[in-house]
Design a protein around this ligand. Sequence first.
Ligand code: SF4
Length: 450
Amino acid sequence: MEDSTRVAFVSLGCAKNTVDSEKMLGQLAEAGCLITADVSDADIVVINTCGFLQAARLEADGLIREAVEAKARGHLKRIVVAGCLVQRDKEQILDRIEGIDAIVGVNNRDDIVRAVLGSGQREPGPGADIFLCDYHPFTQLDTARLRITPRHYAYLRISEGCDQKCTFCTIPAIRGRMHCKPPGVILDEARELASDGAVEINLIGQDTTSYGLGADVFDGGLAGLLRRLDRVDGIEWIRLMYAYPSVLSDEIVDAIAECEKVCNYIDLPLQHISDRVLKAMGRRIDRAATERLLRRIRERLPDVTVRTTLIAGFPGETDEDFKELKEFIREYRFAALGVFPYSMEPDTPAGRMDKQIPEGVKQQRVEELMLAQQEIAFELAQQQVSKRFEVLVDEKVGKDMARGRHEGQAPDVDSATYIEGCRARPGQFVRVQCVGREEYDLVAKPARVR
Ligand code: SF4
């Protein structure tokens, strides 16, 4: 295929999928494909899908069908579908949607060039190229990415797959058992990202806190890895995402406290707080242990930002369970909190449970929790007024305004800090003084530019 083959790439889902998309984009660019952000300007479209929840699968199906219609109108030559939906549904996706030319599972990500160029093995019948296998012996390397995040921050995947057994979750069935990258590989990737302009590194995996504890044992585990990453030149911020409560050890908390570059921030999905619901969810922790953990974190890391996510409407969740959850967020006052309605996934243990909660009740409970959280978030934001802190500029908004984040604000999921009278460029750190808030976001003025 001539070098001028124009490929559009649609990246859906979580930060792990973003890294997969960046890696596939890097391979396609290296193979001479021209990457375009505009599907209507492309010969080939790659849709990297999410398969985690029903809502995500419907979104992916919708986009694939749009591409099939565009191909039928002669606007596209080839459609390649990749990612978690393919790994979950396998060849069934070809029966469900006609017109797909190639499918690429998560373990075959590095076959993307063959899938796009159309040189794979071809099954009889619909004639799609199929790149699928159930297992990958190790976590695939994420070097030589063509990054889609802004240059100054990046996601660094330290492991893939998960050994936890949350009863509502489809990820272990899609991404398999946990595999960890060796520390040396992670350090090389961090150096590559730093030399590519990233000053903030967000550590991701399904369960980052089990790093080095599963099939792949690495001395020091995540705590050891944080201490080694702390010495990588060019990196200013290291952020811990996707921590699992029962394996968030004192050693990890100490490393966060003692490593200068590790943000005073922990993304710690708790999902619920009622012992009965936590047990039904298969979460390996109960209320008492969760509270001990939060106290330990806050004693050892003053001013720490703990972000969490909760599920409302899990099968069998009673009014008492829900009341307990609401009181819990009022008592522990998280700076950042996301609430999701339980999504009934048929091929999970929770999906087969009795006492499924009606959709209306789920939505009602999500709204109540978000309303309670809004009050807390606004109060905590107000308490930032007059404080001084560093902000990493993400983008210019208008001539003299910049949008950025302080170390307690993760990219893509948390609130932001707007800096008035700021001419700094994206990727620059600005010392600011907080002068107010707009809803969840902070408003600040430059105190000093570094
Ligand atoms: S920790 Fe639980 S929710 Fe997260 S990926 Fe693993 S099984 Fe799923």
